[in-house]
Design a binder for this molecule. Sequence first.
Ligand SMILES: Cc1cc2nc3c(=O)[nH]c(=O)nc-3n(C[C@H](O)[C@H](O)[C@H](O)COP(=O)(O)OP(=O)(O)OC[C@H]3O[C@@H](n4cnc5c(N)ncnc54)[C@H](O)[C@@H]3O)c2cc1C
Length: 496
Amino acid sequence: MATVVIIGAGMGGMATAARLAAKGHTVNVYEHSDTWGGKLGHVSHGEHKFDTGPSLLTLPAVYRDLFLKTGRAIEDSIEIVDLDTAFRYQFADGTVLKMPGTGIGSCAEAIGDALGGNSADEWRAFMARAAKMWAATRRPFLESPLNGMKSLLKLSWRVNDLVTISPGRTLRSLSEHYFSDPRLVTLVDRYATYTGSDPRQAPAALATVPYIEQTFGAYHVAGGLRELGRALFERCTEIGVNFHFNQTVEKITTNERVTGIELANGTHVPADIVVANCDAAQVYSSLLNDTALDASSRDVHRLQRATPSLSGFVVLAALDGVNDELEHHNVFFPADYDNEFDSIFGTSSSPRPVPDPTIYICSPKDTAMAPENTESWFVLVNAPRHDVDHGVNWTKEHAHYSELVLDSIERRLPGSRARMTWHESISPADLEGRTMAPGGAIYGSSSNGAMSAFLRPRNVTAIKNLYLVGGSSHPGGGLPLVGMSAEIVATHIGRA
Ligand SMILES: Cc1cc2nc3c(=O)[nH]c(=O)nc-3n(C[C@H](O)[C@H](O)[C@H](O)COP(=O)(O)OP(=O)(O)OC[C@H]3O[C@@H](n4cnc5c(N)ncnc54)[C@H](O)[C@@H]3O)c2cc1C
């Protein structure tokens, strides 16, 4: 059995660590910050508790499988809570759509009731197409190591699959084909942002994201999603994973194959296998020596061609009283959604903070997070990355933008500001500082562009025994895909 070093105690790093320790490997995790979880962060203010990263769990089966395969059922550690209403959407014209937790049929009915016309039938037809896309892409794209164009060629004998996926088509173009009501186009656009992308450039196959949410459900974790991280950290330590916090890895050492890592304090830690859970852009920009970079030139080139993912600006607020209109998850759309994507990706000028952003408010109906007759809001607004040279300097914009977001909330929910007893904000620059994700990019690279899935960094690198795991590598970001990424890596190592 091998000695494995994992760089980073994010969910990807810990999920890989647990799977490898369960297979009998010796696993040491080196983490730059003083805690586990990475982007799955949290903040407490008195009795108010806030998730600062993920607030929605989809495809919990991925983590159920991880917990079962590494010891005991996940339910022994956390309570996964089914939400009756997955989302409350409010469109710019004031229309409110309350989307049920699970079931395409009931979601279509809710859409029909809120939007009228043919919207329910159109939603069913769109979801039927998404179901076929999910069936065609799940195994070759999500559950297997990325194999470049070979993944696509594997499908090519099944012409129907290729027609279903429509590799050259964008998500926006697919929804415009199915929907006569522009509000449904807006709704589907939102799902591109769950991969850090622009719906006008991201592939149509992202229609699988709402399909997964409505088929397999949208969940909360009692006490906050950070509890999922706590449970995984405890599982890791129970089965012998060693964690080293406040340890920044500065180099991955190689000699034709990986030989270990070097820490900021100069210590060399030898290893048979290194798994990098830090952002792939960090690996290829600063952790490898020139010889290893030469050997990785194709991977470096692919990464350079990808568009980085969007980031997020977060406001946390403790409020007195309860707004009965709000559900657990609430989305307020702006009048001009395209302007949001133009601002973030700098379509016609440099990237800039979104002037009138979509406001997402997570107000957990969970007394472990918000004491009786109060609310604990996690507000997330999509934002361009922190980029001092060519984009937005969030250190300068922070205070001003925080006010803009608070004003924007007040316009949508008058009286909120007066109820706030405390608030704090986290900018993309802060996210970069906390997690070392370049620019505070949430998902590494975005899915912008028809070839984006093939530009995503591969889990099995060109350097023998160096692996990449987590949201910036294949198959992508978000808790379920990060968990799948760990399974791909652990399975590959298991066979080595
Ligand atoms: C605001 C926000 C909202 C989100 N909402 C959702 C959601 O609702 N649902 C969902 O499923 N997903 C959501 N996500 C995405 C999800 O959080 C991520 O995809 C996932 O947590 C990434 O996990 P990871 O292990 O790949 O990386 P990370 O969490 O980034 O972990 C990487 C770890 O590596 C450490 N590290 C980096 N460099 C070094 C180094 N050189 N040496 C040592 N350690 C290092 C970092 O400190 C970090 O702990 C959200 C993310 C954010 C930021």
